[in-house]
Design a protein around this ligand. Structure first.
Ligand SMILES: Nc1nc2c(c(=O)[nH]1)N[C@H]1C(S)=C(S)[C@@H](COP(=O)(O)OP(=O)(O)OC[C@H]3O[C@@H](n4cnc5c(=O)[nH]c(N)nc54)[C@H](O)[C@@H]3O)O[C@H]1N2
Ligand SMILES: Nc1nc2c(c(=O)[nH]1)N[C@H]1C(S)=C(S)[C@@H](COP(=O)(O)OP(=O)(O)OC[C@H]3O[C@@H](n4cnc5c(=O)[nH]c(N)nc54)[C@H](O)[C@@H]3O)O[C@H]1N2
Ligand SMILES: [Mo]
Length: 763
């Protein structure tokens, strides 16, 4: 595919999506099996789509999306990375290859051990691999020298076993992808409403009068959400999109699964209002909306008309309103307009939609969670919802739209570096053994501990930390500093090449594949963004007889390290019902899990806040009263203009997995090294479309962070903000540039200098 920039004219979804799906499915080597797989994804029987964490409509057939199709066919490849492949390619040579090349090689076929002498991975038996892990773990001076990373694709059963393994060794070091992702949502919501999860269910989208979508690109990352938005918009609900960029999926949508829509090429307008704030400007926008709501409410009260606030809800269920009102009053309009980059008139339009809607849902994703003041921003969105009692009732609530398909479930079953003491109490009582209580490391702390030589063994249950984590070179150094790194993976990736002094790759089954253990065929469970837990059972034939299930691999490591303490691990891996019985005994909400899973569609875990039960210290929902950040980022550094960079996903990628070089809805073809920029900024900088630039980030530690070879693309983005793809830009994100209280890297607001590539010399 040749490189080109060609603005996309169609709606999101539609023929473009269908053509792309067909190409991905048919382009793989086993189209029949792939299509059968697609039909089984997200159905009552079959597997949960590994694409994203959006919920499933009950009883609807053929519910898959273009990007789910890519995820499934990417996993179902027949390509294999065999011992012969590794004999041919030394690790130092593989390091020169792109992420796309690495994953494209296919599924890891056998367990592999890195021989540092020869610089090649060599086959190792499962027995010897587990023995090596146990030797390393039993040699640690302290259990906290172990880091156990999780990527949110693992099942509840695997994740539960993994946390039990880590805690039985004696550590709470569970860095996970959530630390890089929705951590701010968990922190903010726990403080505000006493539960770190969204309060809505999928059915609420059918009842909302207005849906505010903040900092999210569902057309690419949660395509099934577009169905809910389209249906809502058709029945007259207002959809307000708040996004730094004009995203096609939020503007228009045609359903690739609705023949009528496809034939008439009738597409739906999704958003009735589309606001483009500056990066990090959402808190200021919401503050402005609240300022107006309070003004309008006061006017109505003066006229003896019903006010806009839900006073009964506020009185019964909340605390902290006075302080919040005071801080809103003290926030000047000038600061609100300057920080949001929106005019008072634009903010007023959003406030009017909000004020006139009976039931409102607010959703958000990475555009909100990956900033320095993300927790404060989510608290502000929550304040807005509390003011009008938009919580708990049908059609209203808060909805952080999760990323990985089971990231929420992983947290629920104990992947948490700061576990609640009640959970540890339950584990101790049930397993009759002491469990660690000291807080563990999140992703950034884990990288720092490895860098400092404090942590010595790194085990990853999936994911690709070397590419996904910030400060790529620093992360690589941290991994190299470990005595042992272990990657439980489906496909070859960067993390296998940025390894410790000793390293293992342990190949596992994917979600779509049949998992047969001594106890017969097994299913696993997952939890979606709406707290629905349901079963998932793979159907495909495993790619190689050597691959094992994640659960069996964890059991193997645990049995080799701990013997039968505190459980017979191998016994649990024989029959996952046994693991679910331990889950039921130690986690509220999972009582009789094995029976309840028999109901089609699974069961709802419940949400205390949606039931007006506030598990906060105050016993109420808490308003927060925080000033807006003083200044987002500097406008210039030593006379040179500073831009603010966000790092985001293209349409052809799943996190660090690159499926292809196109970003169709943004009109980018055959390339990924692009930098989206406003035309005014291009003019000021004397840049033209296609000019090559390098990007240098500003951070006060003096280290140089620079990437080059990016082509400028003119785009509808606020002047002074720029955007480029992740993971190519991860070397620019300083490890310690993290969110307040969330510790999440600020991947959506990095201060950068932009220089023409020709000026190789930096003055
Ligand atoms: N196909 C596919 N599906 C995926 C993934 C994938 O990579 N590919 N990844 C999965 C994962 S792990 C996650 S977390 C989710 C990610 O889903 P998203 O959060 O949609 O992912 P991003 O591409 O990071 O997009 C961030 C969006 O927020 C906007 N934005 C950035 N900064 C700001 C801001 O300050 N304010 C506002 N209002 N908008 C802003 C960007 O323009 C962009 O539209 O998707 C999940 N689903
Ligand atoms: N700059 C920047 N950085 C970011 C982000 C950003 O927006 N900007 N987003 C962040 C976010 S939201 C997230 S969630 C993280 C993602 O971080 P990770 O979850 O660590 O990364 P992924 O790319 O999802 O992991 C892909 C790898 O997982 C393995 N894999 C796939 N399926 C399976 C499976 O079923 N089992 C096992 N064991 N392995 C499997 C494959 O080997 C594949 O190479 O990245 C974060 N990093
Ligand atoms: Mo994520």
């Amino acid at each position: 595919m040749s490189k080109k920039i060609k603005p996309y004219q169609g709606a999101a979804g539609g023929w473009g999506a269908l053509a792309s799906t067909t190409r991905f499915v048919l382009g793989s080597k086993k189209p029949a099996a792939n299509i059968r797989n697609l039909l089984r994804a997200n159905q009552v029987k079959g597997f949960d789509c590994p694409g994203c964490a959006w919920g499933d409509e009950q009883g609807k057939h053929f519910s898959f999306c273009e990007n789910g199709a890519k995820a499934i066919s990417w996993e179902a490849t027949r390509h294999q990375v065999t011992p012969a492949f590794f004999r041919q390619h030394p690790v130092s040579q593989l390091r020169q290859q792109s992420d796309y090349f690495l994953e494209y090689q296919g599924r890891i076929e056998q367990p592999m051990y890195l021989n540092r002498e020869t610089d090649h991975y060599e086959p190792i038996s499962w027995h010897d691999a587990f023995a090596l892990i146990s030797q390393h773990l039993n040699r640690l001076e302290h259990p906290d020298q172990l880091e156990l990373y999780t990527s949110g694709r693992a099942s509840n059963e695997a994740a539960y076993l993994y946390q039990l393994f880590g805690r039985s060794v004696g550590t709470n070091n569970f860095p996970d992808c959530s630390n890089l992702c929705h951590e701010a949502s968990g922190v903010a919501l726990s403080r505000a409403i006493g539960v770190g999860k969204g309060t809505v269910t999928l059915q609420d989208f059918d009842r909302a009068d207005a849906i505010f979508v903040f900092g999210q690109n569902p057309g690419t990352n949660h395509p099934r959400m577009l169905h809910s938005l389209r249906n809502a918009s058709r029945r007259g609900a207002a959809i307000v999109s708040v996004n730094n960029l004009k995203e096609r999926g939020l503007e228009r949508f045609a359903d690739p699964q609705s023949p009528a829509e496809m034939l008439t090429t009738k597409d739906s307008t999704i958003s009735s209002l589309y606001l483009c704030p500056r990066l990090g400007g959402d808190m200021a926008l919401v503050r402005g909306m609240v300022k107006l709501l309070l003004e309008w409410d006061a006017e109505a009260t003066r006229r003896n008309e019903p006010g806009l606030l839900d006073r009964a809800f506020i009185a019964e269920h909340t605390q902290g309103l006075e302080d919040y009102i005071a801080i809103v009053a003290a926030t000047p309009w000038q600061q609100i307009e300057q920080q949001s980059g929106l005019s008072r008139n634009e903010i007023e339009q959003a406030a009017k939609v909000y004020a006139s809607a009976g039931r409102v849902i607010c959703t958000w994703a990475m555009g909100i969670t990956q900033h320095k003041h993300s927790v404060a921003t989510i608290r502000e969105i929550t304040n807005l919802q509390l003011l009008r009692g938009q919580l708990g009732k049908p059609g209203a609530g808060l909805c952080p739209v999760r990323g990985h398909s089971n990231v929420q479930g992983n947290r629920t079953v104990g992947i948490n570096e700061q576990p609640a003491s009640e959970f540890i109490d339950r584990l101790e009582a049930h397993f009759k053994t002491p469990m660690p209580r000291q807080p563990g490391h999140n992703a950034v702390a884990a990288i720092q501990a490895m860098l400092d030589g404090k942590s010595k063994v790194f085990i990853a249950l999936g994911g690709n930390i070397a590419a996904a984590a910030p400060d790529t070179h620093v992360t690589a150094e941290a991994l190299a500093n470990c005595d042992l790194t272990v990657q439980i993976s489906t496909k070859l990736n960067r993390s296998h090449l940025m390894a410790g002094r000793e390293a293992l790759i342990l190949p596992c089954l994917g979600r779509t594949e049949a998992d047969v253990q001594a106890g017969g065929p097994q299913f696993i469970t997952v939890e979606d963004s709406f707290s629905m837990v349901h079963a998932s059972q793979g159907v495909g034939k495993p790619n190689s007889p050597h691959q094992r299930s994640e659960t069996a691999i964890i059991a193997g490591m645990a049995q080799a390290t701990l013997g039968d303490k505190p459980v017979n691990w191998l016994d649990l891996a024989d029959d996952y019902n046994r693991i679910r019985e331990h889950i039921a005994a130690t986690l509220p909400g999972f009582e009789n899990v094995n029976e309840r899973l028999q109901q089609p569609g699974g069961f709802y875990l419940g949400n205390s806040a949606a039931d007006y039960h506030w598990q906060t210290a105050s016993g109420k929902a808490n308003f927060s009263a925080e000033a807006l950040p003083e200044q987002l980022l500097p406008a210039s550094a030593e006379g040179e203009p500073v831009s603010v960079l966000q790092t985001l996903r293209s349409h052809d990628q799943y996190n660090t997995t690159i499926y292809g070089m196109n970003d169709r809805y943004r009109g980018v073809y055959g390339q990924r090294m692009v930098l989206f920029m406003h035309t005014d900024e291009m003019r000021r900088r004397g840049l033209h479309e296609g000019d090559e630039v390098e990007i240098i980030s500003l951070w006060h530690d003096g280290a140089e962070r620079r990437v080059g070879g990016f082509k400028v693309v003119a785009y509808d983005i606020p002047d002074g903000n720029v955007a480029a793809y992740y993971p190519e830009t991860n070397p620019l994100v300083p490890l310690h540039s993290t969110g307040d209280d969330s510790h999440t890297p600020t991947s959506k607001s990095i201060a950068v200098l932009i220089r023409r590539q020709a000026s190789q010399r930096i003055v």
